[in-house]
Design a protein around this ligand. Structure first.
Ligand code: MN
Length: 204
């Protein structure tokens, strides 16, 4: 198989109480696995695609053969997005950002609190399934949302962090209260990993 689900870098219950064990199990083992399975199915028809990283595939979506482009967009996007998502969280995460990303957030949003408020508002307002993102583009950070499994890298914006607001990400614990999930999610963020992604973003 060209693509594989990366193992979760911590236990399913490690993000409790902010994200519950049952949600993590379903989300990683079922939802992410389904994206990878469907992506591999598409790549079987065009084996040359399987040599690209998920990021390259989604960055250059217009070069993917048309007959599988939508499958790759949705499922390659799902694979890329979730692979990032598991990594930018950790047990006992959260707190104030550190390092270069802390300085840049202050520069572009005024303060971490202002950034959090804007991110929560915009991401809560994403209609239906999608993601909220902190992206690096044109020498500054900004917040964008995307529907479905679209990733801002297709538009040339590098995702420094992203939060999944598909109902499968929060519904078991938070039901219809997406804003409560968004607030709690900050307690899981792995700022070291976000700084690594910010360094990559600046080189891209
Ligand atoms: Mn998801």
């Amino acid at each position: 198989m060209a693509y594989e689900v990366p193992p979760l870098p911590y236990d399913y219950a490690a993000l409790e109480p902010h994200i519950d064990e049952a949600t993590m199990k379903l989300h990683h083992d079922k939802h992410h696995a389904a994206y990878v399975q469907k992506l591999n199915g598409a790549v079987e028809k065009h084996p040359e695609l399987g040599k690209q990283s998920p990021e390259e595939l989604i960055k250059n979506l217009s070069k993917v053969p048309e007959d599988v482009r939508t499958i790759v967009r949705n499922n390659g996007g799902g694979h890329l997005n979730h692979s990032m998502f598991w990594e930018i969280m950790k047990p006992k995460g959260g707190g104030d950002p550190t390092g270069p990303i802390a300085d840049q957030i202050k520069k572009d949003f005024g303060s971490f609190n202002d950034f959090k408020t804007q991110f929560e508002e915009k991401t809560a307002a994403q209609f239906g399934s999608g993601w909220g993102w902190l992206v690096w583009s044109g020498g500054k950070l900004s917040i964008v949302t995307t529907p479905n499994q679209d990733n801002p890298i297709t538009e040339g914006k590098y995702p420094v962090l992203g939060n999944d607001v598909w109902e499968h990400a929060y519904y078991l614990k938070y039901q219809n209260k997406r804003p409560d999930y968004l607030k709690a999610w900050w307690n899981t963020v792995n700022w070291d990993k976000v700084n690594e992604r910010f360094a990559t973003a600046q080189k891209s």
